[in-house]
Design a protein around this ligand. Structure first.
Ligand SMILES: Nc1nc2c(ncn2[C@@H]2O[C@H](COP(=O)(O)OP(=O)(O)O)[C@@H](O)[C@H]2O)c(=O)[nH]1
Ligand SMILES: [Mg+2]
Length: 448
């Protein structure tokens, strides 16, 4: 560990690239913050390359995939009347090619005609193929100059994993096209999603789709309603709306040329704002991690040993419990109960997260909260092809509980490696952690 070599923040420049560089350097002094360092490295690369990520986000069926196809002037992505898009698709400039990225790190080149097999909810239900994303290259001028255009799954459908993927991808977006549609008033799902997106994306384009459905007067009323609501949600005086028909092409040129102009003239500002927002999140996460180590190091060694033993025991009990829950599912008649079972497993997972948070708090005397999944248990959704899907649900549940336990186990092992009998070394390490924490806080205070 190099914590003792902590480097001092001197004559700090407030430019975001400097803050990012300093954050990266600072985080690299401790292997505890490896993950955060890698995330900052990605941000620095983004600033240096000036590559901007613009994603289309919103509720399912608002016409996101249709819009991407229309802007790129090619029917690349599948669209449909039922929720279709199940994975994030990144589209960049280049010779035509397509590749699927899987959760386990494998990348497989595919033909464009095979796309649907991987990104269509009906063909890849519950993302059983474990696709993490799909990347396409196509030589369209809209994508020139390092623009990555992204189609995302919609939020709010019965397929919860689609919402999770959309929420996760917002964290990577620099600018977003937030897709609304005249056939539905803005609802709470969209409001919640927008509030979250506001924390990560630096630039918003509000597209109001399906204007071919309504008369001019109705459209004016709808736009006025949207404008008022969005101004209050975004806390701004005025907002530009882009009324479009993704299906028939109306209004697309205005939206397209606005994005292109911004990408030419204000890409630097957008990226700096975006990186600043993401840096805040990363520094916060690094500081929480340091807290855990700090608490563990300050414990008398005997007490620490017994806490570790109890924690490891608890983790192995959780793993057994999850296997028992999965095994019991075999004995039930589950073919028509996909939705109930999916919810039950999510509830079990939430329960485990709560128990883990409680034991970390109890044993290490610190707040350690896992985010809980919100469940809409009133929804009555039936799934086709259920036999296959129940099996898939069970495997997902097992792998998510294992991941939950493994992550904490990994952190505990790192803490074990880090602790030390020699009290002078312990005192020095605590001092180093304090210093690092102070430096991170200083950096954080430079962000708006
Ligand atoms: N009338 C009309 N239908 C549209 C328009 N844009 C999309 N749709 C339809 O809305 C449905 C959902 O579109 P899709 O792009 O799959 O939505 P996504 O889930 O947001 O990606 C499909 O049936 C589309 O044909 C539009 O501008 N006008
Ligand atoms: Mg879609």
């Amino acid at each position: 560990m190099k914590i003792s070599m902590i480097w001092e923040i001197k004559n700090m420049s407030n430019s975001i690239i400097d803050i990012a560089k300093q954050a990266e350097e600072l985080l690299s002094t401790s292997e505890i913050c490896r993950e955060e360092r890698l995330r900052v490295k990605g941000l620095r690369h983004k600033l240096e390359s000036q590559d901007i990520t613009v994603s289309v986000i919103g509720q399912f069926k608002r016409g996101k995939s249709t819009l991407v196809n229309a802007i790129l002037e090619e029917k690349l992505l599948p669209v449909g009347i039922i929720p279709v898009t199940s994975v994030v698709t990144r589209i960049q400039y280049g010779d035509r090619s397509a590749a699927v990225h899987f959760d386990n790190g494998v990348v497989k080149p595919i033909g464009f005609e095979e796309l649907s097999e991987y990104i269509n909810e009906q063909e890849n239900p519950g993302n059983k193929l474990c696709v993490s994303s799909v990347t396409l290259h196509t030589p369209v001028s809209f994508l020139k100059n390092g623009l990555t255009f992204v189609d995302t799954p919609g939020v709010g459908s019965a397929h919860k994993h689609n919402s999770d993927a959309a929420y996760a991808f917002v964290k990577e977006s620099d600018a977003v096209i937030f897709m609304l549609s005249v056939d539905s008033p803005i609802n709470q799902i969209e409001i919640d999603f927008l509030s979250n997106a506001k924390e990560y994306a630096a630039k918003f384009y509000f597209a109001v789709n399906k204007i071919d459905y309504v008369e001019a007067e109705e459209l004016t009323a709808y736009l006025e309603y949207c404008r008022k609501l969005l101004c209050s949600l975004m806390e701004v005086e005025n907002i530009q709306l882009f009324p479009v028909s993704a299906k028939y092409g109306n209004g697309l040129e205005e939206l397209k040329s606005r994005i292109q102009t911004d990408c030419k003239t204000s890409v630097k500002e957008i990226l700096e704002d975006s990186v600043e927002m993401k840096l805040k999140d990363i520094l916060q996460s690094a500081m929480s991690r340091l807290d855990l180590y700090w608490n563990a190091l300050k414990m008398p060694i005997g007490r620490l040993d017994s806490c570790f033993e109890q924690m490891k025991q608890f983790l192995s009990e959780l793993k057994c419990k999850s296997q028992k829950i999965a095994a019991e599912l075999d004995q039930e008649e589950n073919n028509d109960k996909y939705f109930e079972i999916s919810n039950r497993l999510e509830l079990e997972l939430n329960q485990m997260r709560k128990e883990l948070s409680a034991s970390v708090s109890e044993l290490f005397g610190m707040e350690y909260h896992y985010e809980l999944t919100e469940l809409n248990i009133t929804e009555n959704y039936r799934f086709d092809n259920s036999q296959d899907s129940i099996e898939n649900l069970k495997n997902k549940f097992l792998s998510r509980t294992k991941q939950l336990c493994d992550e904490l186990d990994h952190t505990l092992n790192l803490i074990l490696l880090y602790r030390e009998k020699n009290t002078i070394t312990v005192a020095r390490r605590i001092d180093d952690l304090n210093k690092l924490n102070r430096q991170l806080r200083k950096l954080q205070s430079l962000l708006h």
